[in-house]
Each structure stands twice: as structure tokens, then as C-alpha cells.
Design a protein around this ligand. Structure first.
Ligand SMILES: NC(=O)c1ccc[n+]([C@@H]2O[C@H](COP(=O)([O-])OP(=O)(O)OC[C@H]3O[C@@H](n4cnc5c(N)ncnc54)[C@H](OP(=O)(O)O)[C@@H]3O)[C@@H](O)[C@H]2O)c1
Length: 190
């Protein structure tokens, strides 16, 4: 989509989150936003909180997450925002986050899988998987699976349809001719 041409929704990629959510009351909804300590995740958190949504900031850097939360509370004193630790490059961290979230007893209406890295150099995660694939894809895949039943339960109890948003990049179009080379994911030349 070109930046200034509106799509069928009436918005374009230049529309702000505030503009898109204008007039929407999110009171009573709970959302998790991954990578909420900066950039798109921080702004998504701010605007969801502005609309009354209770936002769980799922962040790797808890201190940076708390700074963002404080800035949001300064602007929106009624905001309901919590910070929880999540390192998507580690399966055990993802499992711990999901377990902690379940222990909180909160419902879950919205999951925004936003965190992501773009690293030029080959690196392995703690689980020995190429770091970018582990963080952007497998971590979010596991997280979503661990939260899916909670989202279904919330939907059936509240009667409100849930939503999972996977933030991506236009770079997904730049693929190899044969598609994803899964057998070469951990190959530095792959
Ligand atoms: N901005 C753009 O133009 C653009 C274009 C295409 C796609 N995107 C996508 O949009 C999303 C947000 O991008 P952004 O521009 O807002 O980038 P950003 O400011 O770099 O934010 C990325 C967030 O992901 C977090 N993160 C990185 N690794 C993590 C991990 N292992 N576990 C948990 N959190 C982790 C970072 O946390 P730390 O603070 O701990 O590093 C940071 O909060 C990404 O998925 C990105 O690929 C953005």
C-alpha cells in the first residue's frame, strides 16, 4: 500500500494508531504487546491504554519497559499498564511468561506479536536456533500456542471476538525462489 492512498478500511500506512482507534472504547479488554519497550510496540501500548485497554507489556528489558510505562502514566494517569519479562529468543522464558500470565488470572482479548530483530550476522539463540528465526518466528509461535486456550476462553466468556496481530515487514516479499529453506535455518550460509 502506498503511504498516502487509503485502502478499503479508509486508512493507509500513514494513518496513526490514534486516528485508527478514534471513538473506540477498549475498556474491559486485556492485551499483550510483545516488544513494548520501544518503537511500534511502545506506541501501540500507549494508544491501547488511551482507549481503556489493560495492556501487558511483554518485554526483554524490564527497566526500559518500566520507563515507557511511567511515560504513559504521566500522559494518561488512568492507564492500566503492567510490565512482564519475556525473552522471545528463549523457549524457557516464553514458557515462564505464559505461566506467570496464567497465574495472574487475567483474561486475554488481544495478542500483538510485535517484537522483532533484524541482525546482519549469524548468531544462535540459547536454544541453538538461528537468533532472528528463533525470536521473530518460533518464540511468537510458542507464545501464541501457550495463550490460545486463554484467548478462546475469554472469547466464549465475554462474547467478544479475540484478535491476534502478527507485525511483519514488507521484506517478507524478498524470499528465496524455493521458499523458506527450513533445512538450512541453522546454516550460516543459508
Ligand atoms: N519500524 C519499521 O519501519 C519496521 C519495518 C518493517 C517491520 N517492522 C517490524 O515491526 C516490529 C517493531 O519494530 P520497531 O521498528 O518498533 O523496532 P524496535 O524499536 O527495534 O522494537 C523492537 C522491540 O522488540 C524487542 N525485542 C527484540 N528482541 C527481543 C526478544 N528476544 N524478546 C523480547 N523482545 C525483543 C526489543 O526489545 P529490546 O528493547 O530489549 O531490544 C524492542 O522492544 C518488528 O517486528 C519489526 O520487524 C518495523
Amino acid at each position: 500500500m502506498w503511504p498516502f492512498r487509503n485502502g478499503s478500511s479508509g486508512f493507509s500506512s500513514s494513518s496513526t494508531a490514534e486516528k485508527v482507534t478514534q471513538g473506540i472504547d477498549g475498556t474491559g479488554l486485556t492485551a499483550i504487546v510483545t516488544g513494548a519497550s520501544s518503537g511500534i510496540g511502545a506506541e501501540t501500548t500507549r494508544v491501547l491504554a488511551l482507549r481503556g485497554v489493560h495492556v501487558i507489556m511483554a518485554v526483554r528489558n524490564v527497566s526500559a519497559g518500566r520507563d515507557v510505562k511511567e511515560a504513559i502514566l504521566k500522559e494518561i494517569p488512568t492507564a492500566k499498564v503492567d510490565v512482564m519479562e519475556l525473552d522471545l529468543s528463549s523457549f524457557s522464558s516464553v514458557r515462564k511468561f505464559a505461566s506467570d500470565f496464567h497465574s495472574s488470572g487475567l483474561p486475554l482479548n488481544i495478542l500483538i506479536n510485535n517484537a522483532g530483530i533484524t541482525i546482519p550476522n549469524f548468531k544462535l539463540s540459547k536454544d541453538n536456533i538461528e537468533l532472528q528465526f528463533a525470536t521473530n518466528h518460533l518464540g511468537h509461535f510458542l507464545l501464541t500456542n501457550l495463550l490460545l486456550d486463554k484467548m478462546k476462553k475469554t472469547t466464549s466468556e465475554s462474547g467478544k471476538e479475540g484478535r491476534i496481530v502478527n507485525v511483519s515487514s514488507a521484506a517478507h516479499r524478498l524470499t528465496c525462489r524455493e521458499g523458506i529453506r527450513f533445512e538450512k535455518i541453522n546454516d550460516p550460509s543459508g
